[in-house]
Design a protein around this ligand. Structure first.
Ligand code: NDP
Length: 337
């Protein structure tokens, strides 16, 4: 069983030296256990936080432990009545080719699910995050302007498309012209601005000619700097992620802008709220799943995966995702079904 364990804590972007690729023999199954064969491994921005021992909402991965992560697996052997050989399950077995489980926490996806990997993306954690953050905290109303960055990733693309379904004007922010073109042409956004452009802030201002009512925050940094002056009175800011900061080793230089930020929040009565999807909304997963399944089957939501072939490419794929070299939801094909 090949697995990536955490060897040391990254300083800045993770490197191959922070991980060990080891191969260990699989133990015999005990009664009630199943052997899981990983088909798809999800790579998500939150994993960068788990590599670090800074205090956060979840425990870090210990040095020497297998890196965590959601997976879609097939049952290879079973001594558990609830799971038969060949069944597909959603699991949380991390960066490894095989795992043994007593069945706890596994979600059955059936014998021949259509698009099993969707359980890691549009039908899973990222889709659920987009749905709850936008609708519960952002509370968009028809005719309002919604802005979202990382606009072609699994969270951002879903936020923008749901906002369109709710009758909003949607302006995306993405890295590069190909992604921006996709957001407008395939996802139906009204505009999408390339944050690599020199005049990014001006382009965003021009695109948001009625200001911004909902800013779904995925990235922070210079995108938030450009958004802040455009927020309308009573704007809502679901604070979902700050991916531009995840590899940062210190606070950014420069004048302290905290009092300016607080002044804006006060004067414009802005509501900014962080959330951690399963802690805050786990009890509403079924509501999301029913509605998203319907939208997908009606062709109202588009979904794009960035499938990386080969378990050995996991670390590169993870860094590519954090730095925007992905185009869609990053999933590693660990084994063939
Ligand atoms: P993505 O697959 O979209 O990957 C991250 C993207 O962020 C990159 O592809 C890149 O896109 C963009 N990015 C990276 N650096 C910068 C930068 N400096 N400025 C602007 N954009 C940048 O990720 P997800 O859709 O999986 O996640 C989106 C966000 O949602 C993350 O912040 C994540 O942590 C958060 N999240 C939060 C959850 C919660 O419970 N609060 C749950 C799930 C996700 P581009 O090339 O377009 O710039």
């Amino acid at each position: 069983n090949k697995q990536f364990t955490l060897k040391s804590r990254p300083h800045g972007a993770p490197t191959v030296d922070n991980f060990a690729l080891q191969s260990i023999p699989l133990p015999e199954l005990k009664q009630g256990e199943v052997l899981l064969r990983t088909i798809y491994l999800s790579l998500d921005p939150y994993m960068r936080g788990r590599m670090s021992d800074a205090k956060s909402y979840a425990e870090p991965v210990a040095i020497g432990e297998v890196m965590v992560g959601a997976t879609v697996c097939q049952i290879e052997q079973s001594t558990n009545d609830k799971f038969a050989v060949g069944d597909w399950v959603l699991a949380y077995t991390g960066w490894q080719e095989y795992a043994i489980s007593n069945g706890e926490g596994l979600m059955l996806l059936g014998k021949e699910p259509t698009n099993p990997s969707y359980a890691l993306g549009i039908m899973g954690m990222p889709g659920f995050t987009a749905y709850m953050g936008l609708l519960d905290i952002g509370a968009p109303k028809a005719g309002e302007t919604v802005v979202v960055a990382a606009a072609t990733g699994p969270v951002g693309a879903t936020v923008g498309q749901i906002a369109k379904l709710k009758g909003c004007k949607v302006v995306g922010v993405a890295g590069g012209s190909e992604k921006c073109q996709y957001a407008v042409e395939k996802l139906g956004f009204d505009a999408c601005i390339d944050h690599h452009s020199d005049d990014f802030a001006k382009q965003l201002t021009d695109a948001c000619d009625s200001g911004i009512d909902v800013y779904y925050e995925n990235v922070g940094g210079k995108v938030f700097d450009a958004v802040l002056p455009l927020l309308n009175t009573a704007a809502r800011v679901p604070l979902c992620g700050l991916v531009s900061q995840y590899n940062a080793t210190s606070l950014p230089d420069g004048p302290d802008r905290m009092s300016m930020l607080m002044g804006q929040i006060l004067a414009k009565r802005i509501k900014m709220q962080g959330f951690i999807i399963f802690d805050d909304y786990g009890h509403r997963y079924d509501e999301f799943a029913t509605e998203m399944q319907k939208w997908l089957s009606e062709g109202k939501i588009q979904y794009r995966e960035h499938l990386v072939d080969g378990f050995e490419n996991t670390i590169t794929a993870f860094n590519d995702m954090l730095s925007g070299k992905n185009f869609g939801k990053t999933v590693v094909q660990v084994n063939q079904p």
